[in-house]
Design a protein around this ligand. Structure first.
Ligand code: 4AD
Ligand code: MG
Length: 475
């Protein structure tokens, strides 16, 4: 019977015959094979009696070789593992040239592994990250299903720009060399969909339509942004979770966001403790190489518990602005960007100061200046701010962005005009306010940002299998 290594490691050894299949991590002294199959961060040790073994097979065993091993499961005599397999039979699936195989049994830099993203999943670190990612994604569905949300799939190809930021990838079948023209401009009526289309930046607008019928819905799918942000927190293709709830106001929305992230992080602690402990150890060593003021003081698992156990701090934009302005003036903290104009966008240095120094816990900022946020956010009575909220996390900054939506047709149309959003193109969206409108709210969680936080990694390129970033679409 073939078992996963994860299952084998839980068995009571009593000389039973078992089969394990996987990839060789390491082969020592012509005797000890460390085998891994991706089911757990732990390897199983397989011991060969090389004097009585076919030499031609032993020669083929190197790091990266794929094979099937049959043998007896016994208590291990050596230290470092409880059980091991006494090998009786080996079937080699694929050899791996020891000199050329990029994944050597040693620590590689994350830069090097990014260039070998097709093989990096064979390392313990990427195995751990991707298992945590998978569990987080399961937890997302589990949470919303338990809370009576319906999962909806919104389109990937779309003609609207939900965020109004113009950061979209065009989708076209027109010939780039000689597109059809009309008055010197490209004639998109001749394109596949008879209009300009793009990859979606957010499924929110369509999710709103479904919330106003199904009540509580969520999306979980890929989104695309053509923003030229080459940072450790931005991807051109990322996965986003967008819940949208009828009859929720901003306060309900914030409460749900807090409950949601705490739930999925707790789920990871309960279900991925081996992987978390491995990463904690691996990254702790990495931290030591950083300058002191950039080091994470908390170790990974404590950092997750810290978020789960603490109530998020809530503060309005205006109050946050006052704190930052005072602190800019006091020269208590040298900001690169001074905080002096109400209405300005906070930079990541400001957000990090609030979260990591001033409050020392996750912070929810709400009621942002209306001009800095998207057209669909609900205008507050002060007419200066909108019912928006951002959840900020230590080390990451913005992890969630959301708002109560403008449900009043007239106010929405005004805001669309101000933002230059065509109400002709979004006629369907405005009709949601014409026929049975209700107060409603929602938010978006960048999936890779929470994976980044949960794994303690530093670069978002290392928490998605094949990252897409400016100038890079390899693999
Ligand atoms: O704040 P954003 O742009 O909000 C929206 O898209 C809304 N439609 C969400 C909603 O209300 N339904 O993006 C939401 C989140 C951010 O907080 C961030 O976590 C993530 O998506 N995000 C990115 N993650 C990786 N790479 C990028 N380029 C990202 N841009 C946003
Ligand atoms: Mg945002």
């Amino acid at each position: 019977m073939t078992l996963l290594i994860k299952e084998i490691l839980k068995l009571k050894p009593k000389n039973q015959l078992i089969t394990a299949k996987g990839w060789v991590k390491n082969f020592r002294a012509n005797k000890f094979i460390s085998l891994n199959d991706g089911s757990t961060v732990q390897n199983i040790q397989c011991v060969i009696d090389f004097e009585n073994f076919d030499e031609s097979i032993i020669k083929k065993i190197t790091s990266g070789t794929s094979l099937s091993i049959k043998g007896k499961l016994v208590f291990s005599l050596g230290s470092g593992q409880e059980v091991e397999i006494l090998v009786e039979n080996i079937k080699i699936y694929g050899e791996s040239n020891a000199e050329k195989y990029p994944i050597q049994p040693k620590k590689h830099s994350f830069e090097f592994l990014r260039e070998n993203a097709h093989l990096r999943i064979r390392t313990s670190t990427f195995g751990a990250i991707m298992r945590i990612r998978s569990k987080l994604s399961y937890a997302v569905h589990k949470f919303f299903q338990e809370e009576n949300f319906q999962y909806v799939n919104t389109p990937i190809i779309t003609s609207n720009d939900a965020e109004g930021a113009g950061e979209m990838f065009r989708v076209t079948t027109l010939n780039a060399k000689s597109p059809p023209l009309i008055k010197n401009n490209v004639d998109f009526t001749k394109d596949f969909f008879s209009k300009k289309t793009h990859l979606t930046v957010s499924g929110q607008l369509e999710a709103e339509s479904y919330a106003l019928g199904l009540g509580k819905v969520y999306t979980f799918g890929p989104t695309f942004r053509a923003e030229n942000s080459n940072t450790t927190r931005h991807l051109s293709e990322f996965w986003m979770i967008e819940p949208e709830m009828a009859f929720f106001d901003l306060d309900d929305n914030i409460k749900l966001a807090e409950k949601f992230v705490k739930y999925i992080l707790s789920f990871v602690i309960e279900n991925c403790i081996d992987d978390l402990s491995f990463l904690e150890e691996r990254l702790h060593n990495e931290e030591k190489n950083k300058p002191k003021n950039e080091r994470n003081e908390l170790k990974l698992i404590n950092k997750l518990k810290f978020v789960i156990d603490n109530e998020f701090e809530r503060i309005s934009y205006s109050n946050a602005f006052e704190i930052l302005k005072k602190c800019s003036k006091n020269k208590k903290k040298k900001f690169k960007f001074l905080v002096n104009d109400w209405g300005m966008d906070f930079q990541s240095e400001h957000e990090r100061y609030l979260v990591e120094k001033h409050f020392n816990k996750p912070v929810v900022i709400f009621n942002y200046p209306s001009k800095s946020k998207a057209f669909y956010m609900r205008l507050n009575d002060d007419k200066k701010t909108v019912a928006a909220m951002d959840v900020l996390f230590p080390g990451i900054g913005e992890i969630i962005g959301g708002s109560q939506r403008e449900e009043r047709l007239k106010v929405l149309k005004n805001r669309m005009d101000q933002f230059g959003v065509s109400s002709k193109d979004l006629l369907w969206y405005t009709e949601l306010r014409k026929f049975g409108t209700v107060p409603h709210s929602g938010f978006g969680l960048g999936f890779e940002r929470i994976v980044l936080f949960a794994t303690g990694m530093n670069n978002i390129r290392d928490v998605i299998p094949f990252p897409r970033t400016p100038n890079n679409a390899l693999f």
